[in-house]
Design a protein around this ligand. Sequence first.
Ligand SMILES: *Cc1c(COP(=O)(O)O)cnc(C)c1O
Ligand code: SF4
Length: 352
Amino acid sequence: MIRYHPPGWQPYGFGQRMAAEWQKQLAEAVRDPAELLRMLDLDPSLTEPAAAGRQFPLRVPRAFIARMRKGDPGDPLLRQVLPLAAEMQAHAGYSSDPVGDLASRAAPGVLHKYQGRVLLITTGVCGIHCRYCFRRHFPYAQEHARQQGWAEALTYIRADNSIQEVILSGGDPLSLNDEALAGLVAELERIPHLLRLRLHTRQPVVLPSRVDDRLLAWLAACKLQKIMVLHVNHARELDSDVATALARLHSTGALLLNQSVLLRDVNDSVAALAELSQALFARGVLPYYLNLLDPVQGAAHFEVPEPQALALMQGLRARLPGYLVPRLVREVPGAPSKIPVSESAFATPAGG
Ligand SMILES: *Cc1c(COP(=O)(O)O)cnc(C)c1O
Ligand code: SF4
């Protein structure tokens, strides 16, 4: 079960007495599904309050709501955040830890699944709650790396010189304040075998005010090679404020990549995926992964069957230059990497 910080909780560090604009906006995120539907001129009966309350509450910043179309219950941005009755149905094969995260825990908040890189669960807090999230049941309260001021996580990374890259993840690492992040990054820079720092974050997209001078200062100063993997599922998530935020991130020297999740009735068409790749590239971001949905309890209504996913990829390749085609992957517990989903898996043997 996930325990959330109470509404209004703010991750201020000492020396940062004034809330930054993004922190105010995070505190003002909409948490009431009925309010969200009212803002969009939609019928409040579209949502399932029990789904929102029991497992994974609604949370969506107003900056993201502003990009939704009023009066459209099928809006692809709304679908990503609105709790539905379908979440309450149990489905065979859907579990609460679909990617084996708990088994790959190497130290508190450290997931070491793949050679050369470790993933740090820096926080359980996100700026938005995505209904399909594979970590919606992850026990963050016990499992983030910051409990002892990062000490155990840092000890683990220092002791293993095969680790070249640290991935700050969560939750969303950019839910933490910049003092906390700058302090962690300063410690990481002192570890001689580390070459790269990666951030997995949706915050610059859902809350572009997060990309402020404080963030840019430590990021630009970081001596490690920087990669930021954003998370955008639909071209309409990219408005002009996001474009400005991405341009500023680009100016720090960070490589900007994107990962998406293939989601039924959000981006499951060649047109939507092609438009997303083009819109990302126009803002300096390269498509990286297109993830098949992880079979997490409560998300089965987002599933796109594998043969359909492969057909979409074929359509994309026929339409876009190779560098705009993301890699279709799935996560398999215990595997040494994300697994490419390939057409050969569906080739039927002769006579079969
Ligand atoms: C996805 C993931 C990574 C990153 O994998 P890449 O293929 O390098 O993008 C690293 N560690 C964990 C635990 C992951 O889940
Ligand atoms: S921002 Fe990422 S980690 Fe947070 S709820 Fe959405 S998908 Fe999950």
